[in-house]
Design a binder for this molecule. Sequence first.
Ligand code: SF4
Length: 95
Amino acid sequence: MDEKNRVLNDSPGWEEICERCGRCCYEKYQYQGKIFYSDTPCEYLNTTTNHCQIYAQRSEINPGCVRLTPELVTSGVLPSDCPYVTRLSCVKNDE
Ligand code: SF4
């Protein structure tokens, strides 16, 4: 397991790093290698609270909701100031 996977999988309270801003819960599209966010929220996002309404069951109810892997976190899909991105960007690769 590389360092980024260790941090992602072994950090106590990893889920608590999320600030519940809801920004990543909007549809995105890729254009010329860049990720752009639309103003269309996931159908399960409560846009008042910015909380997912099915969080505990999201994998079962919405298989399209992707799990945060180190590759995803560092792929540019999340906002650059998302705490997952800033946390992992500080971790060196084992290579
Ligand atoms: S952008 Fe980051 S902090 Fe905001 S809801 Fe998504 S994972 Fe959580």
